[in-house]
Ligand binder design. Structure first.
Ligand SMILES: Nc1ncnc2c1ncn2[C@@H]1O[C@H](COP(=O)(O)OP(=O)(O)OP(=O)(O)O)[C@@H](O)[C@H]1O
Ligand SMILES: [Mg+2]
Length: 210
């Protein structure tokens, strides 16, 4: 059973007065339960564009995407809310009306706490993101991505802003958190170490995934 799939996905950016930029030219892609997939390719190849479309954050120009409703997203720039505490940031994805319909607040809070313990930040729960290091902020972002018990995790260069040691720690955590679970991971990355923890490495080149 396919968890997420695309058929002939294309994306063209039209900027007025400029020639349209064809970024994706027919991407066919299937993700199966438990898979870890790395997407590599040169800067500007369209990796973030593809991941954003897979996650429903951006719209394709043509083609179809079939995706689950509950998706965990990890960004290169962490994207934590600066005025919320670590705990509140992790809880944020459970606050939408959609999520509250099937997640009781007490259940979400327990899960947020347990994830913060697993990423080693239980003691920093009531701190603000600005009081944490980059690696710690990315660990918060990992906990946030997993708090809704997503059906798939999408990560855009999750180690891109970290030094090699901290990046390795985040990778270990990503693979531990998904180890033995059927939740697939799709990760855009420049790092050979990150690609090495994956089962499949796909290259985005000339608008096609190979
Ligand atoms: N909103 C936009 N409007 C116009 N062009 C865009 C827009 N977003 C992205 N692009 C263009 O689409 C192309 C692909 O961008 P994208 O961010 O997907 O690349 P990437 O593979 O993630 O690169 P990097 O490795 O540097 O993060 C680039 O040429 C970029 O300039
Ligand atoms: Mg990118």
């Amino acid at each position: 059973m396919v968890v997420l799939g695309t058929i002939d996905l294309t994306k063209t950016f039209k900027v007025s007065g400029q020639r349209p930029i064809k970024v994706l030219k027919g991407v066919n892609f299937s993700v199966y339960p438990g898979e870890k997939i790395a997407i590599v390719g040169r800067s500007g190849a369209g990796k973030s564009t593809l991941l954003n479309i897979l996650g429903g954050l951006e719209r394709q120009s043509s083609g179809t995407v079939t995706r689950p409703k509950n998706i965990g997203f990890v960004f290169q720039q962490y994207h934590l809310m600066p005025e919320l505490t670590v705990f509140e940031n992790v809880l944020l994805p459970t606050m939408s009306r959609k999520m509250r319909a099937f997640l009781a607040p007490s259940q979400s809070e327990r899960r947020a706490k347990s994830l913060l313990e697993r990423v080693g930040l239980a003691e920093r729960m009531h701190h603000l993101p600005s009081e944490l290091s980059g690696g710690e902020q990315q660990r918060v972002a990992l906990a946030r991505a997993l708090v809704t018990d997503p059906e798939i995790v999408l990560a855009d260069e999750p180690t891109g802003n970290l030094d090699a040691m901290t990046g390795a720690e985040i990778l270990r955590m990503l693979s531990e958190l998904s180890a033995g679970s059927s939740v697939p991971l799709v990760m855009v990355t420049h790092s050979p170490e990150a690609a090495a923890i994956c089962d499949r490495v796909l290259t985005l080149e000339d608008g096609i995934l190979k």
